[in-house]
Unconditional design. Structure first.
Length: 490
């Protein structure tokens, strides 16, 4: 009517085409739950197939997003090469873990449909975390991922260790999440902004003064991400949870969660807090040294392979933090390359651990690997390749990962950090060689366990071995992809 104001309603561009990978993963998880509910025994196996097909389709659509840059959902979510790289990595983890789970969940009597659905919801949380440029969506992604993992850790029915792992991870994870959320709240209280790109613009505009509240907020965010990356002194949960959780979930946690946490960690600190690089890098310098050193020294005395790999995981977080401290394009790219390599090393190693176990007896003691080379030479060879790559022995990809990280430290004149990293790498060789020595130079003292062979396990092992040799001998293409991914920050 005349004289009345006309209200204009703006309909936001939802841009669902940019989140097809997330939609596929969500739909696959829901279908898995429905199959489990109505399909009875066959529903669980069908849920595994749906999870594998869904992860494969999502991977294809994720790669189609390469070189696309867009901010969607009112700038709550972003599409760029950095997020696409980590989405692809999360989906590779999903594919490999789903493959090795097909036989494992049947052997261990794990509830299948719910298992695969939670696996996919965890991947969904990872994908949201690494593509978020807003504290709220980062937190939502973190919670979706974390809640799924809390449940997955306790899915071994009748196993007290599994229940204990789930409870420990839940309690400590809740505290870590509270630290992270409180840190975000303090940053918001100081700046009045939740978008990490707007925080960076506000800081660099010239009117911002660094306050104690802002510094405490940054420190608390480091605590939150430090827990998820298993960095010292926030690592306490790692060995017990890795040991008690189903081995397939241990592989999932050691690779997918660590990669997603580092992805979100990098995005927040290289975007919002980049102007204060000197301030927070000093803190991360100390954390990197403590993480490498404690992880490697404690791993030296472990007689359980899963616990040894848990402390190894802590040490590798320290190597990654070396590059994090530096903050230039070369070091940032080396983090992405390292995480990709680390994924194949760990999933391969944990697949061998699964193969050598059986229901109710995981056979994770080093003595259980004695004489393996004589009984099953290909298994021993594969495990040796994974362990030597973790140790950083050429021509495997683990060597190139450490080479890029340490050379970046030298170029940036962080000489002491590089020296400490090299010394820790030398120490780490000992505990990896302990397992190899047992496989090749010791006789089995007890009953030899027949490996739980399955074609799916063989496929995972072959893929991981091939990836480590390919990325170790021809690393250039993968490093260029990593450099292009971190270009959004530089």
């Amino acid at each position: 009517m005349k004289g009345q104001e006309i209200m204009v309603v703006t309909i936001p561009d939802l841009a669902f085409g940019y989140i097809i990978p997330e939609i596929i993963i969500t739909v696959s998880a829901v279908i898995g739950l429905l199959l489990a509910a109505f399909g009875r025994e066959k529903g669980g196996a069908a849920a595994g197939a749906v999870a594998f097909i869904g992860s494969g389709l999502a991977t294809i659509f994720a790669f189609l997003l390469w070189d696309i840059n867009a901010s969607i959902f009112n700038d709550l979510y972003t599409i760029d090469n950095f997020g696409t790289f980590f989405k692809g990595l999360s989906l590779i983890v999903s594919l490999l873990v789903t493959l090795l789970s097909l036989r494992y969940v049947e052997r261990e009597g794990i509830i299948k449909g719910e298992y695969y659905a939670l696996l996919l919801f965890g991947v969904l949380g990872m994908m949201i975390m690494v593509s978020s440029t807003h504290f709220i969506t980062i937190f939502i992604g973190l919670e979706v991922m974390s809640i799924s993992i809390y449940i997955l850790c306790g899915l071994l029915s009748g196993n007290r260790g599994s229940a204990e792992a789930s409870l420990k991870y839940f309690l400590l994870g809740a505290f870590a999440t509270a630290f992270l959320l409180y840190g975000m709240a303090l940053i918001y209280a100081t700046t009045g902004i939740l978008d990490i790109r707007d925080i960076a613009r506000y800081i660099t505009a010239g009117d911002f003064a660094l306050t104690p509240m802002f510094m405490i907020g940054m420190a608390l965010i480091i605590v939150g991400f430090g827990f998820k990356t298993a960095s010292v002194p926030f690592h306490m949960w790692t060995p017990d949870v890795y040991e008690g959780a189903p081995t397939s979930i241990t592989a999932y946690m050691a690779t997918g969660i660590k990669a997603a946490a580092f992805g979100a960690f990098l995005r927040v600190f290289y975007t919002a807090f980049a102007p204060f690089l000197i301030s927070w890098s000093e803190m991360l310098w100390l954390i990197a040294v403590a993480t490498m050193t404690l992880g490697n020294i404690t791993a030296l005395v472990q007689d359980d392979v899963k616990r040894m790999l848990a402390y190894s995981s802590i040490a590798h977080a320290g190597y990654i933090l070396i590059a994090f401290v530096i903050g230039d394009q070369m070091s940032s790219a080396s983090i992405l390359y390292y995480l990709l390599v680390y994924t194949f090393m760990n999933i391969g190693a944990f697949t061998i651990v699964i193969l050598l176990g059986r229901k109710g007896a995981e056979n994770t003691g080093i003595e259980g690997y004695a004489g393996l080379a004589g009984r099953h030479p290909l298994l021993a060879l594969s495990m040796s390749i994974f362990l030597l790559s973790l140790a950083g022995i050429p021509p495997l990809a683990g060597f190139m990962g450490k080479f890029y990280v340490l050379s970046a430290a030298v170029k940036a004149q962080y000489y002491w950090l590089a020296v400490i990293g090299v010394l820790n790498s030398v120490v780490a060789v000992y505990y990896y060689l302990r397992v190899i020595m047992a496989m090749y130079f010791k006789e089995s003292s007890g009953e030899s366990i027949r490996p739980d062979f399955s074609p799916a396990y063989s496929v995972v092992i072959v893929i991981c071995v091939w990836a480590l040799f390919h990325m170790g001998i021809l690393p250039r293409d993968f490093l260029l992809i990593a450099q292009k991914s971190v270009g959004v920050f530089m």
